[in-house]
Design a protein. Structure first.
Length: 204
C-alpha cells in the first residue's frame, strides 16, 4: 500500500510524464486517483462518453500518421490512435526528457540495449504478476511524432513477438491480446482499456 500511495502521489504532484500515467495504474490505484481528483474512474482515464475538446484535438493531430501506420499493420486506424491515447493520457501526460521537453514517444517504447537513438529515463509502473511495481526505466526519444510512428510501426511489423497482432483488422481485442502475449504491455487490463478507448473514438 505504501508503494501504491507513493506512486500515485508522484503522479499527482508532478503530472509531467516523469511519473506513471493514470492509464498504467491498476483498478485500485485508478479508483483512488479518481476519488482524489474529484471525478470518476472513467473520467480520469477518458475511457467513456463523447470525446472532450482536448481528446478530439489529440485524435485530429495524429490521425494522418495513425492511418498510415494502421495500413502497414493491417489494423483499423482507431486502434492505433487509441493506443497512443492510452499511453499518453490523450497527449496530456507525455514522456518527457530531462530538460522537460516532449520525447514524442507516443507508444511508451523502452530503449533497450539495441537502441541507438536518443532516450530519457522516467519513473514508470510495471505489473510483475503480483501487483504494481515502480521502477526507473529508459524510454526512446524522437525528434517528432512522425518518427515515433515510424519506429512503432517498424517494431510491431518486424518483431516475431508481435506477428499475431498484424492484420487484426478491426478486432481490437485480438490485436491487444497479441501485443500483450508478446510482452508489449504488463498491465492485466491492457486489452480492456484499449478496447474501451477504441470504442470511444469510433463512437464519436
Amino acid at each position: 500500500m505504501r508503494e501504491l500511495n507513493a506512486d500515485i502521489q508522484r503522479y499527482i504532484e508532478r503530472g509531467d510524464g516523469s511519473s506513471p500515467a493514470a492509464s498504467s495504474l491498476n483498478a485500485e490505484a485508478r479508483a483512488w486517483l479518481a476519488r482524489v481528483q474529484g471525478g470518476t474512474e472513467a473520467s480520469a482515464l477518458g475511457e467513456e462518453g463523447e470525446l472532450s475538446a482536448t481528446q478530439r484535438s489529440f485524435v485530429d493531430s495524429i490521425a494522418p500518421l495513425a492511418r498510415d501506420a494502421a495500413q502497414r499493420l493491417g489494423v483499423a486506424p482507431e486502434i492505433v490512435v487509441a493506443q497512443a491515447a492510452l499511453e499518453t493520457g490523450w497527449g496530456t501526460r507525455p514522456i518527457r526528457r530531462a530538460d522537460g521537453s516532449d520525447s514524442n514517444n507516443l507508444f511508451s517504447i523502452k530503449a533497450g540495449s539495441s537502441w541507438r537513438g536518443d532516450s530519457t529515463e522516467i519513473m514508470t509502473t510495471e505489473f510483475d504478476g503480483t501487483g504494481m511495481v515502480s521502477q526507473r526505466d529508459s524510454f526512446r526519444a524522437y525528434t517528432d511524432p512522425a518518427a515515433a510512428f515510424e519506429d512503432f510501426t517498424r517494431l510491431i511489423s518486424s518483431s516475431p513477438r508481435y506477428r499475431e497482432a498484424l492484420n487484426a483488422g478491426g478486432d481490437v481485442r485480438a490485436y491487444a491480446q497479441a501485443l500483450q502475449r508478446g510482452g508489449y504491455a504488463t498491465d492485466p487490463d491492457y486489452v480492456g482499456k484499449l478496447a474501451r478507448i477504441t470504442a470511444q473514438i469510433q463512437g464519436d
